[in-house]
Write a protein that binds this ligand. Structure first.
Ligand SMILES: Nc1ncnc2c1ncn2[C@@H]1O[C@H](COP(=O)(O)OP(=O)(O)O[C@H]2O[C@H](CO)[C@@H](O)[C@H](O)[C@H]2O)[C@@H](O)[C@H]1O
Length: 488
């Protein structure tokens, strides 16, 4: 008799294509389809932010509570673009203006309550199921917003296994211990082995302590996290779980049904074996931004404009790149200082530097399709997805040698160019004494400009990059194996 598919409840604050502010949404939205053939059916619990219930259309109530941290709440089940969603409808927490985390550039002041509520509901559903008789075999919690799911389950004495995935340890969900009661967390467990984090509470740490297992999104980042430089104060918890064999890195993939230049509705179709129309996409992108045809490569940058992403390194290195014949188009939003700096750069080189401030999904597709290079000079990068989109769309990644960037891009050294294993350009390799700085980025950009001048070598490298394995198949299998171990 065939075994019934196992059930996983994925709990997260965002999920593409319904709502996305970054890579977390891509991963949460892509995993279910990758896991289904491996015998795992997913339901995704996320907040019904303003407008989402209207966006998904028909939905049914499958869970309710008269008092979810200060107001009535329901969970509504809906299917949306192949995803099985559970939307937490709690108007006092989620029906408000602004984005999922911020309004007018400031965090919602009650974020700790909002996401504790999400986690609380995740834990209730894990223990008691929904009215449509669905109960998960396992919970997969993502980042600090779902960090309390394992804790609520632990405090309730539940044995439902949990996996916490850390997408970015820099965001930790920190609040004061005076909130413990309000969030139905036990004050007796406020100590450094559990909820306490330097006198405060961290939901990410709580999850890391209580989850059955912890993963992060690349093998290199899993190693880096055990060091003070990358662990953001949580390196001790990381090290202890790693030492017990309870934490590993599983590399992200990309959803190749969405991110496929041969079928992407936002671009003129092309592929590794028929790359001709890549040039058309490039021309269109230059035209869209009013840029001249450069002699050198056209680079694209799609990113949150933050310190993590090395935007300051770009500001320092790009003038020399442009003067060497390159052009660049930047799409992003974030810190005001970086927005200003990029604005100045675009004003200084109006025919070579294009800038679009804001968030624009279709434009991001056109940029990967039109670019010769995608620049990712991150100071740290748990996995990174933009370099994977770049590989797939023939925009060769120029990356800092850190985290998942290190695991996914093979630097174009003479040896790798010769044996055909190169897929992009890397700088700042710490094992070679390199540093992630503007000098290193500038040098890598210089190498890209030089190689671009050798048309045949460039096209060979590009063809190779476009064929690099970036889909979910290998990593979904690793998740499925881990899930199976946990429910055994
Ligand atoms: N202005 C804009 N307009 C349109 N699209 C934009 C955009 N700015 C960014 N994006 C898109 O957002 C995503 C960013 O994903 P990343 O994984 O590169 O970084 P992020 O830091 O968000 O994710 C975190 O989680 C992911 C998932 O695990 C890890 O890969 C990563 O290292 C970690 O920092 C990409 O899909 C990109 O195209």
């Amino acid at each position: 008799m065939a075994r019934r598919p196992r059930r996983v409840l994925s709990v997260a604050s965002e999920c593409a294509p319904l709502l996305k502010t970054g890579g977390l949404a891509d991963v949460v939205g892509a995993l279910p389809a990758a896991l289904a053939p491996l015998g795992w059916r997913s339901r995704i619990l996320m907040p019904a932010y303003r407008g989402l219930l209207e966006q998904v259309g028909r939905s049914r109530r499958v869970w309710r509570d008269d008092d979810l941290f200060g107001g009535p709440a329901a969970v509504r089940s809906a299917s949306y673009r192949g995803l099985d969603l559970l939307l937490l409808d709690a108007p006092h927490l989620f029906d408000r203006p602004g984005g999922p985390y911020t309004v007018d550039g400031h965090d919602h002041p009650d974020n700790h309550v909002r996401f504790a509520a999400l986690s609380w509901v995740g834990a209730r559903i894990a223990m008691h199921g929904t009215v449509d008789r669905w109960r998960p075999d396992l919970v997969h919690a993502h980042d600090w917003q779902a960090g309390l799911v394992p804790s609520y389950l632990a405090y309730a004495g539940s044995e439902v296994p949990t996996l916490l995935t850390i997408h970015n340890i820099a965001f930790q969900g920190v609040f004061g211990p005076d909130q413990l009661d309000r969030l139905r967390l036990p004050t007796w467990d406020f100590h450094p082995e559990a909820l306490e984090y330097h006198g405060l509470v961290s939901t990410l740490k709580a999850g890391m302590v209580h989850a059955s297992r912890v993963t992060t999104v690349s093998p290199t980042y899993a190693e880096e996290l055990a060091t003070p430089e990358f662990g953001f104060g949580l390196e001790g918890v990381v090290a202890s779980r790693r030492d017990r064999g309870e934490m590993v890195g599983i590399l992200n993939g990309i959803d190749t049904s969405v991110w496929d230049p041969a079928t992407d509705p936002h671009v003129v179709p092309f592929s590794a074996s028929a790359p001709g129309a890549k040039a058309e996409n490039r021309r269109a992108l230059l035209a869209e931004f009013g840029l001249d045809e450069p002699n050198g490569p056209l680079a694209v940058v799609v990113t949150r404009l933050t310190h993590q992403k090395g935007v300051d390194l770009l500001l320092e290195a790009l003038p020399a790149f442009v003067e060497a014949g390159g052009a660049v188009v930047v799409l992003g939003s974030g810190d005001a200082g970086y927005e200003y700096g990029l604005g100045e750069l675009a004003a200084r080189y109006p025919r070579s530097v294009g800038l679009r401030l804001g968030y624009d999904e279709p434009l991001s597709h056109r940029m990967y399709a039109g670019g010769d290079l995608v620049l990712v000079p991150s100071r740290f990068e748990p996995c990174g997805l933009t370099q994977l989109y770049g590989l797939r769309y023939g925009a060769l990644p120029v990356v800092a040698s850190t985290g998942g960037l290190r695991d996914t891009v093979a630097d174009a050294t003479p040896e790798r160019l010769a044996d055909g294993s190169a897929t992009g350009f890397a700088f700042g390799d710490p094992t070679q004494g390199g540093a992630i700085d503007a000098g290193g980025l500038g040098f890598a950009l210089g190498r890209a400009v030089d190689l671009y001048a050798d048309r045949d070598a460039w096209l060979r490298l590009r063809a190779r990059a476009m064929r690099a394995p970036v889909d979910w198949s290998t990593s979904a299998t690793r998740y499925a194996e881990l899930f199976a171990e946990l429910v055994r």
